[in-house]
Design a protein around this ligand. Structure first.
Ligand SMILES: NC(=O)c1ccc[n+]([C@@H]2O[C@H](COP(=O)([O-])OP(=O)(O)OC[C@H]3O[C@@H](n4cnc5c(N)ncnc54)[C@H](O)[C@@H]3O)[C@@H](O)[C@H]2O)c1
Length: 340
């Protein structure tokens, strides 16, 4: 008789054995957090541990995971926390994972662009994607590591090379751009921030970050000057934090919240609760640009629908035109890195 994972879990627990590996099942989602000891990884681990929908939280890093896991495991929420340190333990971290979230890599220092991180970070993402493509090829892969505009194409190429690419399952996390936009718009216009929704499209660096202020909910109007100033502030918001931290890294706390929010949205989708989020994915929203962020309907298969750009005003159309060459360059650079 075939046993459901639930039955297997119960009988093992009843016999006093620990469940050694988890099933790839939406009824007990497993999230693997790669880079779990970092500035983003630690607070994101906290937020994910606190989410009752997550059954298993595997913490992977090249250093320090036992301490983070011991600490988080004392929190009275259901998720089982496991620690995995170094490449020899990566397999166990990824086995049965439904969602793999990757904040592993180095952050910016003042004066650096996200593209300056390319040489260090793309190799890290390539190696982690290589392992995920072999161990949990059906998992949703959520990439936080910068430069996101290039690391997502890198991961996609690795999955293609290994014959397991599903464009609906690889995401660049751009939620922080949305979170920031919502905070700044609500502050400027005196709106209830909890009810303010701002779609952000394009990519995740400088001119490729395009907040759609004409599509803010609730309907809000901006003067031309307000729209320009706000757009520039949103595009430079990461740099604002990098400067304020003066060499100690980039956004970690707001990013942890944004990353956890996105992972929670993926988990909800997995469980059949369709919901809408912006993310940077393989898309035909803008012809000729292979990856683009737009609002997406998320569901059990990952991207259920690319919801597109909506109606853009002239200023936003111009922003898209400025973003396209930069995005194409960033995407080709990532693809070339794998094909070289
Ligand atoms: N997408 C976004 O909106 C966004 C926002 C902020 C930061 N970031 C990016 O997130 C990344 C992480 O930032 P951070 O502040 O947490 O950095 P951090 O240096 O504090 O942490 C990075 C962690 O990754 C680990 N790591 C390094 N190589 C690894 C490997 N091969 N496997 C597993 N873990 C490895 C490190 O040990 C460290 O614990 C950076 O690339 C940063 O640019 C993205």
């Amino acid at each position: 008789m075939a046993l459901s994972s639930k039955t297997v879990g119960k009988s093992l627990v009843a016999s006093g054995l620990r469940v050694a590996s988890t099933r790839n099942t939406s009824s007990a989602p497993k999230v693997a957090l790669l880079g779990a000891n970092g500035g983003i990884g630690q607070p994101m681990g906290l937020l994910l541990k606190h989410d009752p929908k997550i059954a298993n939280l595997a913490l992977y890093d090249i250093v320090g995971t036992p301490g983070v896991a011991a600490d988080l495991s004392h929190i009275d929420s259901p998720a089982k926390v496991t620690a995995h340190t170094g490449p020899n333990e990566l397999h166990a971290a990824l086995e049965g994972a439904d969602v793999v979230v990757i904040p592993a890599g180095v952050p910016r220092k003042p004066g650096m662009t996200r593209d300056d991180l390319f040489n260090t970070n793309v190799g890290i993402v390539r190696d982690l994607a290589e392992a995920a493509s072999k161990i949990c090829p059906k998992a949703f892969i959520a990439i936080i590591t910068n430069p996101v505009n290039s690391t997502v194409p890198v991961a996609a190429e690795v999955f293609k090379k290994n014959g397991v690419y599903d464009p609906k399952r690889i995401f660049g996390v751009t939620t922080l751009d949305v979170v920031r936009s919502q905070a700044f718009v609500a502050e400027l216009k005196g709106l209830d921030v909890a009810k303010t929704v701002v779609p952000v499209i394009g990519g995740h660096s400088g001119v490729t970050i395009i907040p759609l202020l004409s599509q803010v909910t609730p309907k809000t109007t901006f003067t031309e000057d307000e729209a320009k100033k706000l757009t520039i502030r949103i595009q430079d918001a990461g740099t604002e934090v990098v400067k304020a931290k003066a060499g100690a890294g980039s956004a970690t706390l707001s990013m942890a919240l944004a990353g956890a929010r996105f992972v929670q949205a993926l988990v909800k989708g997995l469980k059949g609760e369709k919901n809408v989020q912006c993310a940077y994915v393989a898309s035909n929203a803008v012809p000729g640009v292979e990856f683009f962020s737009t609002p997406l309907e998320l569901g059990p298969n990952g991207v259920e629908k690319v919801l597109g750009l909506g109606n853009l005003n002239a200023y936003e159309k111009d922003l898209v035109e400025q973003a396209v060459p930069e995005l194409k360059k960033n995407i080709s650079k990532g693809v070339a890195f794998i094909k070289a």
